[in-house]
Structure formats: structure tokens, C-alpha cells
Design a protein around this ligand. Structure first.
Ligand SMILES: [Zn+2]
Length: 126
């Protein structure tokens, strides 16, 4: 018999005063469903505003080299016929999305007829 131990991560957060009033007001106005939703929103908002997961190291003719600050590793993303992340062996991962926001990657692809918006390929020539 195999026993799988589940490691539960729990965080207790205490709000008081004005921030708590604000959250209660947002819940009453149906901006958030409940406290859990409000706290998740606040944490994710801070994450997106404050945490730069990726930094770009260099852009070459056929690929971009980026650094993943979360996984602490260098990742190469290739742009030949399709985008390709060496690390994930995927055309559709966070590394590809990030590389597709770099002007040095996007501009040459646009010149070849690719249409890229917000890190996503809209149209790619055959
Ligand atoms: Zn990847």
C-alpha cells in the first residue's frame, strides 16, 4: 500500500482597520465573492506588479535567451517555423509568452509577416 502525504500549505493573514473596511466594502459591492477571493486578488495583483519573473539576457537571429527568476535557470526560446521553448519542449508556455513581448524578438518576426499581440501569435505566415 502506498501512502501519499499531502503537504498542505496554509497562510493566515490578518487585516484590520481601513484595509479590512475596504475589503468588506468590495465584498458588499460584489466586486469580490468573499474574503478568499479578495485576498487572492490582492496577492496576485501584487505579484504581477512587483515580481518580474523573467529577465531577458540576449536575443540572437533564431532565438532569445531569457532568465527564469522563479525556476532559477536560463531558458532558450527558438523562433523558426513555430516558437519553441527548449526547457518546456513547448510552443505555448510562459517563456514563449515572455519572449514574444521583447521588441528585439517581435520586430523581426513582424517584418516576416507575423502578427503578435500581448505575447500571443495571432497570425503566422506559412
Ligand atoms: Zn518554457
Amino acid at each position: 500500500m502506498k501512502v501519499v502525504k499531502e503537504e498542505k500549505k496554509r497562510v493566515t493573514i490578518t487585516f484590520e482597520g481601513e484595509p479590512l473596511e475596504w475589503i468588506e466594502q468590495q465584498i458588499n459591492e460584489r466586486v469580490f465573492h468573499n474574503y478568499q477571493h479578495a485576498v487572492e486578488y490582492c496577492v496576485m495583483k501584487t505579484y504581477h506588479l512587483e515580481y518580474d519573473r523573467f529577465s531577458h539576457i540576449n536575443v540572437f537571429d533564431d532565438h532569445a535567451t531569457i532568465y527564469d527568476n522563479l525556476k532559477k535557470e536560463i531558458v532558450n526560446v527558438y523562433f523558426k517555423n513555430d516558437p519553441y521553448c527548449e526547457k518546456c519542449e513547448s510552443a505555448d508556455c510562459e517563456h514563449v509568452k515572455y519572449a514574444l513581448t521583447l521588441p528585439k524578438v517581435v520586430e523581426p518576426l513582424r517584418e516576416k509577416g507575423w502578427i503578435i499581440m500581448d505575447g500571443r501569435i495571432i497570425i503566422k505566415p506559412n
